[in-house]
Design a protein around this ligand. Structure first.
Ligand code: S3P
Length: 450
């Protein structure tokens, strides 16, 4: 089943060169945060370039349920009339975050220090994912929660009536956990401190500073220490969302493996906490360049140019780079399949608790298409078949995971036989125009049933 309807089986076949300009949608992480912080400030925040994927639309709906006025002005232009820090109203119904771990975890943080009760649910994928990693630190603020066994959704949170600030060392590299704690800290008096051993995406910190919160970051022996002063008056902003590097990854990787390709992917956010894939691809020998490097809305941005790269080599991806490319391992494993030699990916335990177990999901589909994969609890390796060497021919399960579905469709673009996915529906959660954009570049993707 797709996230919000019947399954959409899709097939991708070998195609001629991919050429042209790939305008990918706005950044998912930044879009969620813009809506949530817009809802927590006084005044009207204007957002341009919002990702209108299902995950973000579900967050927009949730912000309305908490009392913010969220308006879609068309063509990616939105506004949010906020209720102020501590101003969330109690939602009347259950908050359905669909497929989105980011949505539910950040929203839980944002309501945890308000004296309201809210219940959360999601689709089968989200309802299987761990939430204790968020409710545990939120309990230190005074927020109570009850959910299903294993700390899973559906779950109800009772926000703290007298929140206390918290000092929290994040035990797993997770921007969602870090962000949930910071958003909860907004309505706690005094200073909330979050420490992360490994730097994860820092959009929440950047955006909080942009909205006028007092936030400092210091490198300490324990790691990156973030200190937020609670109860600020956040000021409405105009946010221009850069295009999503995690979506850009798909046309970029497709261009690298399809003979003769030359694709320009303009305006991509290249925040160093997100750009690990592109560094890795260059180390593998990819013909990938950054053009027109600039800064937009406080984030570094460039146009990416990717060309067919017949001599890709497998590499060892440094484990300390994992957080900066955590969502890109599935598509990296596709590029690794077309490289010569072994690509080794270590320190990636978190891949097992994403929208699916991404190591299992990719290993199964790659093996079915003739690629050698080995895996362990926090590592996996892919032995490439080289350019022209991927057999293909199999149907892969996408497990309600957008990035798994898109990765296998990219794998099919240069394989000897076409590759199918059982359900491309989840692609709409993050990259609703994936199919048409890839077709415009020259990809042969078809739906097998309407
Ligand atoms: C995200 C953080 C990451 C990432 C997800 C988006 C965010 O999750 O996988 O797609 O926007 O904060 P974790 O925090 O679980 O690593």
């Amino acid at each position: 089943m797709s996230a919000h309807g019947d399954p959409i089986p899709m097939k991708s076949s070998a195609c001629g060169p991919l050429t042209g300009i790939a305008e990918v949608p706005g950044d998912k992480s930044i879009s969620h945060r813009a809506l949530i912080l817009g809802a927590l400030c006084i005044g009207k925040t204007k957002i341009d370039g919002l990702l209108e994927g299902q995950d973000v639309l579900d967050t927009a709906k949730a912000m309305r349920a908490f009392g913010a006025e969220v308006t879609d002005h068309g063509a990616g232009s939105w506004s949010v009339q906020g209720v102020g820090v501590g101003g969330f109203a109690e939602p009347e119904g259950v908050i359905d975050c669909g497929n989105s771990g980011t949505g539910v975890r950040l929203i839980m943080g944002a309501m945890a220090t308000s004296p309201i009760v809210a219940s959360f649910t999601g689709d089968a994928s989200l309802n299987g994912r761990p939430m204790a990693r968020v409710t545990e630190p939120l309990s230190a603020f005074g927020c109570r929660s009850v959910g299903r066994s294993g700390g899973r959704l559906p779950m109800t949170l009772v926000g703290a009536t007298e929140p206390m600030p918290v000092r929290y060392v994040v035990p797993v590299p997770s921007a969602q956990v870090k962000s949930a704690v910071l958003l909860a800290g907004l309505n706690a008096p005094g200073k909330t401190v979050v420490i992360e051993a490994e730097a994860t995406r820092d959009h929440t910190e950047r955006m909080l500073a942009g909205f006028g919160a007092e936030i400092t970051i210091e490198e300490t022996d324990e790691g990156r220490e973030i200190t937020l002063t609670g109860r600020p008056e956040l000021q409405a902003q105009h946010i221009v969302v850069p295009r999503d590097p995690s979506s850009a990854a798909f046309p970029v990787c497709a261009a690298l493996v399809v003979p003769g390709s030359d694709v320009l992917v303009p305006g991509i956010g290249l925040n160093p906490t997100r750009a690990g894939l592109f560094t890795t691809l260059r180390e593998m020998g990819a013909d990938l360049s950054y053009e027109n490097e600039r800064e937009e809305g406080g984030e570094p941005v460039a146009d990416l140019r990717a060309r067919f790269s017949p001599d890709l080599e497998g590499i060892e991806v440094p484990p300390e780079r994992a957080a900066s490319m955590i969502d890109e391992y599935p598509v990296l494993s596709v590029v690794a399949s077309y490289a010569r030699g072994r690509t080794v990916m270590r320190g990636v335990k978190e891949l097992r608790v994403k929208e699916s177990d991404r190591i299992d999901a990719m290993a199964a589909g790659l093996r079915a298409n003739g690629i050698e994969v080995e895996d362990g609890p926090d590592w996996w390796t892919v032995t490439g078949a080289g350019h022209g060497g991927v057999a293909g021919g199999a149907t892969c399960a996408s497990h309600l995971d957008h990035r798994i579905a898109m990765s296998f469709l990219i794998l099919g673009m240069a394989a000897q036989k076409a590759i199918s996915v059982d359900d491309g529906g989840p692609i709409a959660t993050s990259f609703p125009i994936f199919e048409s954009l890839m077709q415009q570049l020259g990809a042969q993707i078809v739906r097998l049933r309407a």
